[in-house]
Design a protein around this ligand. Sequence first.
Ligand code: EPU
Length: 302
Amino acid sequence: MVLNDSNFVRQIEAWGGRYLADQPLSEYTSLGVGGPADLIVLKQLDALDPVVEGLRQRGIPWGLLGGGTNVLPVDEPFRKVFLQLAPGSGGLVFDGRRMHVPAAASLGRTVMECAKRNLGGMEGLVGVPGSVGGALRMNAGAYGTQIGPLVRSVTVFRGATGRREERAADAIGFTYRHSSFAPDDIMLAVTLELVERPFREILEQVKGYNEKRRRSQPVKEKSAGCIFKNPPGLSTGRLIDELGMKGERVGGAVISDRHANFIVNRHQATASDIFRLMEIIRERIRKAHGIELEEEVIVWRN
Ligand code: EPU
């Protein structure tokens, strides 16, 4: 337990938040790994300001726990508090081709809400798990679509200053699986610009992508998506597959037989199992191709 201050906990509750001590992060991540950490779940975005200020005054480090779908936390207990913004219900506002969405909203559900209003352009992203904010931070992409180019503006809570600011798209850098947001920037809401497209057309394409994804990725297993980035012009999955590594395992961590750039948690894997398997893959790729693989998943250390 990091937050040993009952007065502060009472204040958090008065602001509509919930303090949960020693939560196993393995229950909050799609990969199903990660050691214990303290969480503060906030239902109201207004509570963010006093909570972060309270943590700063007490010298308690904090991080943001989003959808937990692209992260790999270590097994050791965390010495920081994780903040989680509850997604809330609804909250999507449409204005012509523009849509304003809370960052904590589910990406997949948002794509479908747009589709219902005959707005497309995000079809490729429908099967990407996680929140809109997480997708933005990673500039998530699939099937030729990346979220970055659709962004018009983002409301950000700057951890560094405790201030909110509206950032226009041209002040944000998006590259392959990367954005220019600082690690302690918390995205609160996003405005995206979509394209007009009939619902039926969007649905057809979404169905096609879903099918493709089900065939080529282990969607029903615990994973964090692709574990390494693709080197320019290459598919890491194909490179690992060509080395015959599908099915290789360390403890409960296994290289998926459906897509070799996915490590799946099949038998209560620990983060250490995953790290060891990643190192084995790195070493083999280094030897075979002289390529240094870069992590795509975000590793959380203390
Ligand atoms: N391939 C193999 N064996 C494998 C995996 C792939 O031979 O085990 C071959 C495929 O047959 C295909 C080629 O490699 O010919 C490319 O495969 P795929 O279409 O699956 O694309 P990818 O480059 O491996 C990228 C993204 C995925 C995204 C897909 C679809 C990265 C690291 N990966 O994978 O994103 O879903 O394209 O657009 O950029 C993620 O971000 O977590 C992720 C999974």
